[in-house]
Ligand binder design. Structure first.
Ligand code: KMH
Ligand code: ZN
Length: 274
């Protein structure tokens, strides 16, 4: 297995607003340019949420069509559509854009608190999302926010609804779900089948600490405005690429290089790019 580092850029998200992060991309050209700069810096997966021009979240297919085309015109990053959307969206809305057949789509394996809200992923919701992912031949990223979601992964593997090796993302530090601690990251990484790949998305100020641990552990990294808007305490990041550049610097210090797009596609079991 390659030692190359997968870096996901989660550059849009559904919760952060322009009033908090003035560089948040919203229009298709802005999203294309932002993901292009992140890709130039070493990101190989682009995790995509939709926004209306006023910044409100949407999973509308036409928004994703425009984002996807703008990203593709700028760079060959692996495109991963969110099916989480924003809290409160119904499942049909969350999966509407999958008809565009992105390379990958997220699949969160359980319900958790999400600050004051509830991020709802009951088994029927999971089955509906997974059904659509399979219908369109999309590679899932299994999102794990809390311990019980690892049990659901085992359950789905046992039922043959998912097959290892799979790609996971551990989202650590959401208020109300698993904390971004070394102990949790170690436990999560040990709990998935051998041969699976994983990234960690450390929320807020824990982003860089979690990324550094993942690099040392042989895992992979997710960064971006969806998870963290500050480059360091009190200083807003001026682009998503800044986070990617920092991860690449840390990785090189411990002897890991960012994956190329073709390496990433192989590691994620995606067909070679056309
Ligand atoms: N916005 C969060 C409630 C995903 O992209 O699949 C859920 C989320 C997960 O971002
Ligand atoms: Zn997301």
């Amino acid at each position: 297995m390659s030692d190359a580092l997968l870096i996901t850029v989660a550059g849009v998200g559904a919760e952060v607003m322009r009033s908090q992060q003035p560089h948040l991309p919203l229009l298709p050209d802005e999203v294309g340019e932002e993901y292009g700069r992140a890709c130039d810096a070493g990101a190989t997966i682009g995790h995509v949420h939709g926004r209306r021009p006023d910044g409100t979240p949407t999973q509308d297919l036409e928004t994703f069509r425009a984002y996807s085309a703008a990203i593709r015109a700028r760079c060959p990053i692996v495109q991963q559509f969110s099916t989480g959307g924003a809290v409160g969206m119904d499942v049909e809305e969350r999966i509407a854009a999958l008809a565009l057949k992105p390379d990958m789509a997220t699949l969160t394996l359980g319900t958790c608190n999400f600050g004051d809200d509830i991020f709802e992923n009951s088994l029927p919701t999971i089955r509906t999302i997974l059904g659509r992912i399979r219908q369109f031949g999309i590679v899932p990223e299994l999102e794990i926010f809390d311990d019980g979601m690892l049990a659901t992964a085992d359950f789905l593997f046992g039922k043959g609804l998912l097959a290892p090796p799979a790609h996971f993302d551990f989202v650590l530090g959401v208020p109300g779900a698993a904390a971004a601690t070394p102990e949790n990251l170690t436990h999560f990484a040990r709990s998935i089948p051998v041969g699976c790949t994983w990234t960690v998305a450390g929320i807020g100020r824990r982003q860089t600490a979690m990324a550094t641990m993942a690099i040392a552990m042989g895992g992979h990294v997710r960064v971006g405005f969806e998870d963290n808007i500050f480059y360091r305490k009190g200083e807003l990041a001026d682009s998503n690429a800044r986070f990617v550049e920092r991860v690449v610097r840390i990785a090189r210090e411990v002897g890991r290089e960012p994956a190329s797009i073709s390496e990433a596609r192989q590691m994620l079991r995606l067909p070679a790019a056309a």
